[in-house]
Design a protein around this ligand. Structure first.
Ligand SMILES: NC(=O)c1ccc[n+]([C@@H]2O[C@H](COP(=O)([O-])OP(=O)(O)OC[C@H]3O[C@@H](n4cnc5c(N)ncnc54)[C@H](O)[C@@H]3O)[C@@H](O)[C@H]2O)c1
Length: 333
């Protein structure tokens, strides 16, 4: 990155997987980062504390433990810090959890995002980037998913909350001219990744000699996306010269079946998985494959980390940290 147009970035969800990596990368390059997170207990908070402790070492990181669902608390932070850009990554994530606890999606994802846009328009923050998801494509049959495809049939409350975020963003753009982009992430993985997602659960259980649940008999197909590629995509949006209202697929170039994915993990660990083949779960979609032509054209986005490299790096990291990682509580699902 040559010239930095924006210097102070407010990131919501910095104790989370993507927020942590984005903050780390920006701090390394001399940005100031204002972090916000409320450490929800959806998965073991020790993972969030570990990420947070690394960010806290940087003097250009200012943190506020607040919920974005509380407007007054968020406004206080924005008034004090006056960021150039807001990147809203805080959310209740997870498709399966939304079957049991739909309310947390209304609070953190819908109300939280509304608060972010409202505070931006009130305090003259011109640019708001926010996490959407490949799940907005519902069970569309046409693959790969392109930004021009319909997104009117969400299959879960989680997906509906993300679609809702995109429509809210459009309203704020058209009312107040806020420059905004929805980033449709496709199954992101990497170091310090989410303990509720497949790579973490599979690696943990294979190492511990426990059975792994494999949904849709392993026939799920995903554009797994390495965190370093996601961070590059978000950073390109932070510094993009012109932005109106857009949505972008930020996905990997290699789509893999769950069984292919498990084989790569087994190979790196050097141990076979014991699999419990299960039917697909309600709310899940069998395939999410990204067409990233638009991000490549507008953002110069180009996934660089191959699945083989990315999985090897994750497994090596896990083995190095297994003393505490194996002790993490099971996520709330
Ligand atoms: N990881 C993926 O594969 C993926 C895929 C598609 C979309 N996304 C989206 O990307 C964003 C980041 O995901 P992630 O994987 O880093 O998830 P994550 O759960 O690791 O991070 C989210 C963080 O937000 C915080 N948070 C939740 N509600 C909050 C609230 N009300 N106020 C303040 N903080 C709150 C949590 O404590 C957590 O630290 C989310 O919006 C998620 O829906 C992620």
């Amino acid at each position: 990155m040559t010239q930095k147009k924006h210097k102070k970035i407010l990131i919501t969800g910095t104790a989370g997987f993507i927020g942590y990596h984005l903050a780390e990368s920006l701090l390394k390059d001399g940005y100031s980062v204002v972090g916000v997170d409320n450490f929800t207990p959806y998965y073991d908070v020790r993972m969030k504390e570990a990420r947070h402790a690394m960010l806290q070492k940087n003097k250009n990181f200012h943190f506020y433990k607040i919920s974005i669902a509380e407007y007054a608390a968020l406004e206080k932070v924005v008034k004090k810090e006056k960021p150039d850009v807001i990147v809203n990554l805080a959310a209740q994530a997870g498709v399966r959890f939304s079957l049991k606890n739909p309310w947390s999606y209304a609070d953190s994802n819908y109300l939280g995002t509304l608060n972010v846009f409202e505070v931006a328009q009130k305090h003259n923050i011109k640019r708001v980037l926010f996490a959407s998801s490949s799940s907005v494509y519902g069970d569309n049959k046409k693959m790969p998913f392109s930004e021009t495809d319909a997104t009117d049939h969400p299959m879960s409350v989680y997906a509906a909350s993300k679609k809702g975020n995109e429509t809210l963003a459009y309203a704020y753009h058209s009312l107040y001219g806020i420059e905004t982009a929805g980033m449709r992430f496709f199954t992101v993985y990497g170091r310090y990744g989410r303990p509720d997602l497949a790579l973490f659960k599979f690696t943990k259980n294979i190492i511990a000699g426990k059975t792994i649940d494999v949904y849709n008999h392993g026939k799920m197909k995903r554009s797994f996306t390495h965190i370093n590629d996601v961070v590059r995509g978000v950073r390109a949006l932070i510094e993009k010269e012109k932005l109106t209202y857009e949505v972008y697929n930020l996905g990997g170039d290699e789509a893999t079946s769950l069984l292919g994915f498990i084989k790569m993990i087994e190979k790196r660990i050097g141990k076979k998985a014991v699999m419990n083949l299960m039917p697909i779960q309600a709310g899940d979609v069998p395939a999410t494959i990204a067409d990233t032509t638009k991000a490549k054209r507008d953002l110069g986005y180009q996934p660089k980390v191959s699945m083989k490299e990315g999985i090897a790096d994750f497994v090596d990291w896990f083995l190095e940290h297994k003393a505490w990682l194996l002790k993490l509580k099971e996520p709330m699902q």
